[in-house]
Structures are given as structure tokens and as C-alpha cells.
Design a protein around this ligand. Structure first.
Ligand SMILES: Nc1ncnc2c1ncn2[C@@H]1O[C@H](COP(=O)(O)OP(=O)(O)OP(=O)(O)O)[C@@H](O)[C@H]1O
Length: 119
């Protein structure tokens, strides 16, 4: 019983990594977000950000990546359920894309405040 649970947990973690890897390999925007995150990480070292600034940066990067992944979930489900045009499918996809846009715009503000204002 215990071993079965442990195996289920391992399978769940493996599936989660497959989901992350799918997004990173197939979603163009996800690749852009990852590159931006790596650049922000390098800049945080370059500008010697303090602990709290790094924390804000990490939360911001995490927000953008998670928003992009949820957008991929919505797109995939809509494509499966409603491959033909449907007004509700449009709302679902547009709202999910809007969530990514909001998180990306806020990340630009965070980047501006953490890096540009220090120049
Ligand atoms: N089945 C559908 N019914 C109605 N509108 C749709 C449908 N599929 C896509 N759309 C509209 O087209 C837009 C673009 O959809 P698409 O599936 O190409 O997503 P995308 O934003 O290009 O995805 P990606 O993030 O991969 O670039 C959606 O935001 C939505 O407005």
C-alpha cells in the first residue's frame, strides 16, 4: 500500500515534469518567458539585488510562467472540445491570453523598477 502510494507520487511528479517540458519545448511564448527569466536572473547578479528584490523577481517570474502554462491548458482544452469557431471558445482563449499579458506587463514594471531605476 505504502509502496503503491510512493509510486503514484513518483508518476505524478514525472507527469508534471512532462507538462513543464511540453510547454518549454512547444510553446513559443514560454521559450521567450524562460529566456527573459534567465536574463533577469543574470541582471539580478549583475546589479547585486538584495534578498527581498530577488524574492520579488522570483515571484514575478513564477507568475508569468504559471500564467503561460494555464494559457496552454486552456488552448489545448478548447482545441480539443471546440475545434470549430465558437464564441465561448473565443472568450476562454482570449481571457487566458489576457492573463498572460497582464502578468507579462507587470513583470516589465518590476524589471523597470529593479534594474532600470538603478542605472
Ligand atoms: N475555436 C475557436 N473559437 C473561437 N475563437 C477562436 C477559436 N480558436 C481560436 N480563436 C481565436 O483566435 C485567437 C488565437 O487563437 P490560437 O489558438 O491561435 O491561440 P494563440 O494565441 O495563437 O496561441 P499561442 O499562444 O500558441 O500563439 C484566440 O485568442 C481566439 O480569439
Amino acid at each position: 500500500m505504502y509502496n503503491e502510494k510512493k509510486q503514484n507520487l513518483l508518476i505524478s511528479v514525472k507527469s508534471a515534469f512532462e507538462g513543464i517540458s511540453y510547454c518549454a519545448m512547444h510553446e513559443r511564448n514560454m521559450k521567450i518567458h524562460i529566456v527573459a527569466g534567465v536574463i533577469a536572473g543574470f541582471l539580478s547578479w549583475w546589479f547585486s539585488l538584495d534578498k527581498y528584490e530577488i524574492l520579488i523577481l522570483l515571484v514575478t517570474i513564477e507568475g508569468v510562467l504559471v500564467a503561460e502554462m494555464i494559457n496552454t491548458v486552456v488552448e489545448t482544452l478548447v482545441n480539443m472540445i471546440s475545434p470549430e469557431f465558437h464564441p465561448l471558445a473565443k472568450i476562454a482563449k482570449d481571457v487566458a491570453a489576457g492573463a498572460v499579458l497582464i502578468s507579462a506587463m507587470f513583470s516589465l514594471v518590476v524589471g523597470y523598477m529593479l534594474f532600470f531605476l538603478k542605472l
